[in-house]
Design a protein around this ligand. Structure first.
Ligand SMILES: [Zn+2]
Length: 691
């Protein structure tokens, strides 16, 4: 039997081979298509549509597709090998086509509508109603209700939009790859760390040239802005980066070809047309339909409020930086290409501590134990080692229980290795669902790319994590808890399924806060040689450094978010007013640092023009308000003489937020937990922005 088609329990990573992929996917596609075809057929006269006869079989078949392909994608991401990659690439188009066709299947849309209008609907659970509502909503947003001629235009818009987005990011990438700055004289590189110089030397060598090569890839150009003492060098790289893919890109070989000016306008026109076809006034309104935020005005109001509160702190940040640059560095006036450099020097002077020093206090076993203890205390669960076939000997497997009952399991794959995609993420291997044979418990993949344990003098040493890595681990574990501690029995809205995009980071960012909690850190740190916990003085420095220039950083995020929102809300791409005019207006409103007139950051703003963030960039700050405010419930419990790690508050968080998943709107879950609407206060306090 093909192990990819065995859905009886956990994925059989010990048996799955690349040659299983194509036969399994073909078989599942064939099965799914047959099920879909039978569900498409009109019901015999006198019969009524029901959840059990329609949604249930559709979910059964699509769940198997999702789980099998999930295993293949996961392996492709963490164990990339030529045979597996070939199998993945061979099947990806077929799988994508299946999901696209499903999302546009009008017969299924009609059935969902009939289900919503039918007699059974009012008798269904809230979770089932939500699944049906979400399906109808998504079909509508996908153009399913348009007249035939409009449908054709809608499809053309999607196609042109996809092509333009791709073009946008290709232009950014081509311009980034095209730019090269060669420096012959090492004295020109004064201030740069040795490893940055070595990388630049190696890059030049690769091109068969002498000296040092710098590019517009982040690890190459950013250290120049941060560390290079030569002001002219910083200016050169700043200008190149700030003008790439724009009409001002003089430092590139094909400036006209890679200019994104018209692509931006055309993307905005297509989005505007799509919104109007769907019956909305603006694309921002379309974007917000499946999100937690209600209206563009609400988002703009939120951002302006945040800007107003951050502004005094940003002004102080800037005044301090200017004064420091003038007296300590002899830089005046402070130009755009001096900002990062001067900030780095100021940060070093104020909060000097070494990342290396901090790392010694975070050996892996202590950190993992601390994380598990915290979760066990807060949510009254037990986390125990478990066994399962895995894809690599380094992968660990655990189970979560309450009162001896299994509620979820997870794989923990911590270390970087070749063939493993970079970054950190949580993904689901399967979701919680009630079946005829009992409850299917959720299973998660938690993947990070930390440094593996080293062997020093023949002795194995535990892996040491930076504080940033510990935060990353907690973040991903927060997503994992959302997935695994759900109590919803319906696959479509259990765990993170169906959770609004601008609320999905609540549990993950919430968990990050504990990495700044002294009570937690004391028990989660032990110096790798001496066993001593993190010293308080070092912790205080870390905390102070955390909020360095938070006023300026907040305003920068608000500026990007407001620009994105206005572009998709009240900007008319057919007007004589330009996109640059919108940038300028937003800066007039909120910025304390106005970049030079040649700055064209929007020409490489891929989140919004080539990613999924159009009229959605605000989500970062939006979710941060929710996570900070949720966390403050624990701080209040601590301040009231209780414990910050209050099991009572934890249980409430688990019941009202983690357990509920996507079965009800995020705002309802939040209010049920907090007993009120979210407020911005905790975010401001955590960022050091309180008077
Ligand atoms: Zn996240």
């Amino acid at each position: 039997m093909n192990p990819l088609l065995d859905f009886s329990d956990l994925p059989r990573f010990d048996a799955i081979k690349p040659e299983h992929v194509t036969p399994a996917i073909d078989k599942l596609l064939e099965q799914s298509r047959a099920v879909v075809a039978s569900l498409e057929a009109p019901l015999p006269a006198g019969e009524h549509i029901s959840w059990d006869d329609f949604v249930e079989p559709l979910e059964n078949t699509t769940e198997q597709m999702g789980r099998a392909w999930g295993v293949v994608s996961h392996l492709n991401a963490v164990m990339d090998r030529p045979e597996l990659r070939a199998a993945y690439n061979e099947n990806l188009p077929k799988v994508t086509e299946f999901w696209t066709a499903l999302a546009q299947n009008l017969a299924l849309f009609d059935k969902y509508k009939a289900l919503k209008a039918g007699a059974e609907y009012s008798t269904l659970s809230a979770a089932r109603k939500k699944i049906i509502d979400n399906a109808v909503r998504d079909f509508r947003l996908g153009g399913a209700e348009l007249a035939d001629d409009q449908k054709q235009r809608f499809a053309e818009i999607q196609e042109q939009h996809a092509a333009l987005s791709t073009r946008f990011s290709e232009n950014v990438l081509d311009a980034t790859n095209d730019f090269a700055l060669f420096v012959d004289d090492e004295t020109e590189l004064a201030g740069l760390p040795q490893d940055v110089k070595q990388a630049a030397r190696a890059a030049a060598e690769k091109d068969g040239k002498a000296g040092y090569k710098f590019t517009l890839h982040f690890p190459s150009y950013f250290p120049i802005l941060q560390f290079a003492d030569r002001r002219a060098l910083r200016e050169t790289i700043y200008r190149a980066n700030a003008t790439k893919a724009s009409e001002l890109a003089t430092a590139f070989s094909k400036p006209a070809e890679w200019d994104n000016t018209q692509n931006i306008v055309n993307l905005l026109k297509l989005r505007d047309e799509e919104a109007k076809l769907l019956g909305y006034k603006s694309y921002a309104e379309v974007s917000l339909v499946p999100k937690m935020a209600q209206t563009p005005e609400q988002v703009i109001g939120f951002l302006q409020d945040l800007a107003r509160r951050a502004r005094p702190f940003a002004e102080t940040d800037l005044a301090e930086l200017r004064a420091f640059a003038k007296t300590e560095l002899g830089i005046e006036p402070l130009e755009a290409w001096d900002m990062t450099y001067a900030s780095e020097k100021l940060r070093e002077q104020r909060y000097a501590f070494s990342e290396q020093e901090v790392k010694q206090y975070f050996p892996e076993p202590k950190v993992i134990d601390g994380l598990f203890r915290l979760v066990q205390t807060l949510f009254s669960v037990d986390i125990k080692p478990d066994t399962a076939p895995t894809w690599h000997p380094d992968v660990k497997f655990f189970r979560i229980e309450t009162n001896g009952k299994l509620i979820g399991q997870f794989y923990l794959d911590l270390y970087a290795r070749s063939g493993k995609r970079g970054g950190a993420w949580m993904d689901d291997a399967r979701g919680r669902r009630a079946t005829a044979h009992g409850v299917q418990t959720p299973v998660a993949y938690l993947t990070c790319n930390f440094t593996e344990p080293a062997v020093v003098d023949g002795k194995p040493k535990p892996a040491l994590f930076t504080h940033d890595e510990v935060i990353t681990l907690f973040h991903e574990f927060g997503h994992g808890l959302h997935h695994m501690l759900t109590q919803v029995d319906e696959l479509g809205v259990s765990g993170i399924s169906g959770v609004e995009w601008d609320a999905v980071e609540l549990p993950s960012q919430f968990m990050e806060n504990f990495c700044w909690e002294w009570d937690v850190l004391q028990h989660m740190t032990a110096h790798v040689d001496t066993g001593a916990p993190l010293p308080r003085a070092l912790f205080d420095k870390m905390t102070a450094a955390k909020n360095f220039q938070s006023g300026l950083q907040t305003l920068r995020q608000v500026e990007f978010s407001l620009f994105d929102m206005h572009l998709h809300f009240d900007y008319d791409p057919y007007d004589s007013k330009t996109v640059q005019d919108v940038v300028n207006e937003v800066r007039q409103q909120v910025a304390v640092i106005v970049p030079p007139p040649f700055n064209r950051f929007q020409h490489s703003f891929s989140h919004v023009f080539a990613g999924g963030y159009a009229a959605g960039y605000y989500s970062y700050k939006w979710a941060e308000v929710l996570s900070a405010d949720a966390y403050s419930a624990f701080e209040e419990a601590g301040a009231a003489g209780g414990n910050t790690l209050s099991a009572e508050t934890g249980r409430k968080f688990q019941q009202e937020i983690l357990a509920m998943g996507g079965s009800r709107p995020a705002i309802e879950s939040f209010k049920a937990f907090r007993g009120r609407e979210p407020t911005i206060d905790a975010l401001l306090r955590h960022s050091g922005m309180t008077a």
